[in-house]
Every structure is written in structure tokens, then in C-alpha cells.
Design a protein around this ligand. Structure first.
Ligand code: BES
Ligand code: MN
Ligand code: ZN
Length: 498
């Protein structure tokens, strides 16, 4: 079941064939990408020629438009040695970017993966940049994996072999390792929260560390007590499953960099019932996704290690289950976080920031050059930006700009929200240093970010609120519903520039 990073063990089911020709490719299906401009040159022209002008006729007749993510299957095409050609639209040629290619390739493989296929060819276009091809390969590997982990009757079937025609093997390998990070993050989110709790998440992280060559440190409850991590311990107290902190480390910087250039931090609330500030059933239903930040940074650092990027990176995740057991933390409780800052609890459902308070303090002690955290932190961020866009919050504009550029380069939508000093007033408490909610609900994504800022000690930091994009209640053409692996590709791209 845990297929991610099998390439590192020499298992190759996604390969490149730089010299292959579409007309001689034998397999179950051949995927070709079409822009709105018509058949043009490249893969479409090859398929058109081999089929005696079929594509051009369909374009002229209006049955093929090349509109973005349109999928048209041509069954038993004469002149080719495949059972079908799947023509996938890319939209206007001048608008095609890495994100378009990622989603278009995923749309194609998602459709084909509805049943088992032994061998599928995908035509890479010579006009794409290396980055674009990489993201297309990653998309193809994401599209064919579903959320059917526990179904007897599977809905998606990973192809026996995927052959990228006209692509370079190095680029295809990189794309498939990027997808492994995304698919790992998705699987961790999609697992039942009764299987994926702090201890088992930490075990999964250890297994990934073993597969990708990373160091790992797991702090159990005794260690958390010794480390004065009272904040994460408070959140975890309502559950019979104790919290964990896991710290993954990849030293790709050559050895003489004692301090990490990048620290990733993830919220890993493996289930968020809201605690005593209990959520209504409707909002609670999808709260297994509340560890998506932890899953994203785990997937990202695993890919960073698998790609052997020349950086020294750490990823620290705070794992806790927010429940209502007899020892649960309460409204009015004052917690002394690891940093010494005191927190008055006004709402036990604002637990993510409390967990992250301690993890950020632990990471601060490692003296990283920069910190990026990912968290399904606030419903307010979804009110502001909707389902698909992640919110960015920072104490360091150049860092935030770099992260936004990485997101743009791979086609993940992000939008920055302001961090005016005025918001700090809203988290002041009468009895403690701070309280864990703002005054009222307005600006709730920002007051949450302001809370986190108190724990990064002036280190350049950007917080990414992924409450919207981390989990899809409905499928999209390019991905099944459930965990999306949001921000894994962005973090990997960001680490490359670091
Ligand atoms: N995990 C939730 C945020 C969330 C909501 C993630 C929807 C994904 C989808 C978080 O712990 C939470 O409950 N936040 C509260 C904060 C409030 C009590 C200040 C919220 O957003 O309502
Ligand atoms: Mn909550
Ligand atoms: Zn939460």
C-alpha cells in the first residue's frame, strides 16, 4: 500500500522514452495535449499525421476544442498501435504554465485510471520547459491515485507502466518523486483518524525517513513533559492518545552547515472535535484533515531528501488529538507554553495555534535561517479566500515573496493577508500574556497568524493557512476528493531556490 518513493528502491513504473515515436507506441492508451490554437506542431501533429488527419478534422468540425481540461477519447484509432487516444485540452497556448500542465495531465490519468491499464503513453511537448514537464509528470502520478484506501472495490488503478514519450529520464524521475511527496501527504490525510493518530503519524514519518535517508527524532509524552511543551500537552489531554512531536532532518548542505537553512513546521491535529468548545457534526465530519499541514511538510521534506537537494532542512510536526475526555483542557485555563509565554484559553477549538506555539519554539531553538509553517488553522481563512487559495502571513516580506513565487511557478494559488500591528491588540488577555482567539470573529485568520508570530522570535517566517485547499469535499476533474497534498509542490520548489 505504501508505494511512495519506491523509485529509490529501483522500482520504475513511470519512465521516459526520449526516442519513442507516437505512431509506433504500443499500449492501452496514448495521451496527447491540444491547445485552442489547433493541431499545430508537436505531439498533436504526429498523432494527426498517423491517423490521416483525424485530429484536424475533429477540430474543424468542432468536436475537439482544446479548451482547458477537456478530455476527448478516440477509441481504436486507425494508424496507431493503442486502444485509445485521449486528447486533453490546455486552453490558450499563451496561458499554458506549469500549473495548467499539472492539472491537465492529472485530468487525463484520473480518467484513464478508472480501470486497470497495463501501459499508457503520454506525449511530452518539446516546447515545454523542464519545470513544466516535471509538473506534468507529477500531475499524471497524482491523478491516477484515489482516496479509496479502505474500499474493497477500488475506484482508481495506478497504471502498470507510464511512458513519457520524448521526455528526459532525469526530469521524469524528478516529477515522479515530487508526486510521491504529494501522494504521501494525501494518503496521510485520507487515512481514518482511528488509524492515523499522533503515535501512528510519527511511525509513518519514521518509515518515510528510513525510505528517503532522513534523520528523525520523536518526542513522546515523557520527553514533551521534560521539554516543558505544556501547550501541546494541554491540547492532547482530552484524548487517551497522547501527543507527539516529530522532527525530521535532511542534511543535504554538504556537512559544514550546522544550522538549517529552512525549517518547515506543520500542524498535526489528527482529529479536531473542537474539544469542550465542541464542533457541530457538519463541521466535525472532515476534521481528520486537520493534520494536513504536518502531512504537507512531511511529504515536502521527503521529496527534498529524495531529490538530494543541496539544502539543510528540518520539518517539525506537532501531533495531537483534540478531544473532550475527562482531563480535557478548559476555557479559562492558563497554559505556560515552552517559550514561557502564558496563554489564556478562550476557545478549545482554536487548538492549532496552541500546538504550534510549542513546535515553533522548539524549531526556533535550532536557529534556522527561515521558518515556513503550514496549518489548517482557521475557517476564517476560507471565508476570506475560498476553497482553493492558501493564505500567506509573514514577518518578512522578501521570504513571503519568494514563497509566493515558488507557488506561482508550480501553479498553486496563494494570497497574502496583512499583519498590521493593530491586530496584536486583539489577542491581549487580562490574566495572561495572550489569549487564543481575537476579539470576535472578524479577521480571524490574521489574529491566528499574529498569535503564531509571538513564538518565532524574530526569525524570518511565513505562515501558510491551508484550511481551504488541503481537503476537497468534492472531486475536481484532476483529483479525487479528500486530501489534496496542497503546498507540497510549492515547498519543494521553494527549497530548490534556498
Ligand atoms: N481546524 C480548524 C480550522 C478549519 C476549519 C480547518 C475548516 C479546515 C476546515 C481550527 O482548529 C478551528 O477550529 N478554528 C476555529 C477558530 C475559532 C474557534 C477562533 C475556526 O476557524 O472556527
Ligand atoms: Mn479547532
Ligand atoms: Zn483545528
Amino acid at each position: 500500500m505504501t508505494a511512495e518513493f519506491a523509485l529509490l528502491r529501483g522500482v520504475r513504473d513511470v519512465v521516459a522514452d526520449p526516442a519513442a515515436r507516437p505512431e509506433s507506441f504500443e499500449g492501452d492508451a496514448l495521451v496527447v495535449f491540444l491547445t485552442e490554437g489547433g493541431v499545430g506542431a508537436g505531439g498533436c501533429a504526429d498523432v494527426d499525421r498517423a491517423t490521416g488527419g483525424l485530429l484536424a478534422r475533429l477540430v474543424a468540425g468542432g468536436d475537439l476544442s482544446g479548451r482547458r481540461y477537456e478530455c476527448v477519447a478516440l477509441l481504436a484509432p486507425a494508424g496507431l498501435r493503442v486502444a485509445q487516444v485521449l486528447v486533453v485540452g490546455l486552453g490558450r497556448r499563451e496561458d499554458v504554465d506549469a500549473g495548467t500542465l499539472h492539472r491537465a495531465a492529472a485530468t487525463a490519468t484520473r480518467q484513464l485510471a478508472s480501470r486497470a491499464r497495463a501501459r499508457v503513453g503520454i506525449i511530452a511537448d518539446g516546447s515545454w520547459t523542464t519545470r513544466q514537464l516535471e509538473q506534468a509528470v507529477a500531475g499524471a502520478c497524482v491523478g491516477m491515485v484515489g482516496q479509496d484506501l479502505y474500499r474493497a472495490e477500488k475506484k482508481r488503478f495506478r497504471f502498470g507502466a507510464t511512458v513519457w514519450i520524448g521526455a528526459s529520464p532525469e526530469t521524469v524521475d524528478r516529477g515522479s518523486l515530487i508526486a510521491d511527496g504529494v501522494n504521501l501527504a494525501r494518503r496521510l490525510v485520507n487515512m481514518s483518524p482511528d488509524d492515523m493518530y499522533p503515535q501512528t503519524f510519527a511511525e509513518e514519518a519514521a518509515s518515510v525517513a528510513g525510505r528517503t535517508g532522513m534523520e528523525i527524532d520523536i518526542w513522546d509524552e515523557d520527553r514533551l513533559v521534560r521539554e516543558r511543551c505544556n501547550a501541546i500537552l494541554a491540547v492532547g489531554r482530552g484524548s487517551h492518545r497522547p501527543p507527539r512531536v516529530a522532527i525530521l532532518r535532511y542534511r543535504g548542505g554538504g556537512g559544514n552547515d550546522e544550522t538549517p537553512s529552512l525549517a518547515l513546521v506543520g500542524k498535526g491535529v489528527t482529529f479536531d472535535s473542537g474539544g469542550l468548545s465542541l464542533k457541530p457534526s457538519d463541521s466535525m465530519l472532515t476534521m481528520k484533515c486537520d493534520m494536513a499541514g504536518a502531512a504537507a511538510v512531511t511529504g515536502a521534506i521527503a521529496t527534498i531528501a529524495a531529490l538530494k537537494l543541496p539544502v539543510h532542512a528540518v520539518a517539525a510536526v506537532g501531533l495531537a488529538e483534540n478531544m473532550t475526555g475527562p482531563a480535557a483542557y478548559k476555557l479559562g485555563d492558563v497554559i505556560t507554553a515552552r517559550s514561557g509565554t502564558t496563554i489564556e484559553v478562550h476557545n478549545t477549538d482554536a487548538e492549532g495555534r496552541i500546538v504550534l506555539a510549542d513546535v515553533l519554539d522548539v524549531v526556533k531553538g535550532l536557529r534556522p535561517r527561515r521558518i515556513v509553517d503550514a496549518a489548517t488553522l482557521t475557517g476564517a481563512c476560507m471565508v476570506a479566500l475560498g476553497h482553493d487559495v492558501a493564505g500567506l502571513f509573514t514577518n518578512d516580506q522578501p521570504l513571503c515573496d519568494e514563497l509566493a513565487a515558488a507557488a506561482r511557478a508550480v501553479g498553486e494559488p496563494v494570497w497574502q493577508l496583512p499583519m498590521y500591528a493593530d491586530y496584536d491588540e486583539q489577542i491581549k488577555s487580562e490574566v495572561a500574556d495572550i489569549k487564543n482567539v481575537g476579539d470576535g470573529r472578524w479577521g480571524g485568520a490574521i489574529t491566528a497568524a499574529k498569535f503564531l508570530e509571538r513564538f518565532v522570535g524574530g526569525i524570518p517566517w511565513t505562515h501558510v493557512d491551508i484550511a481551504g485547499p488541503a481537503f476537497a469535499e468534492k472531486p475536481r476533474p484532476w483529483i479525487d476528493g479528500g486530501g489534496t497534498g496542497a503546498m507540497v509542490r510549492t515547498f519543494v520548489e521553494f527549497a530548490r531556490g534556498t
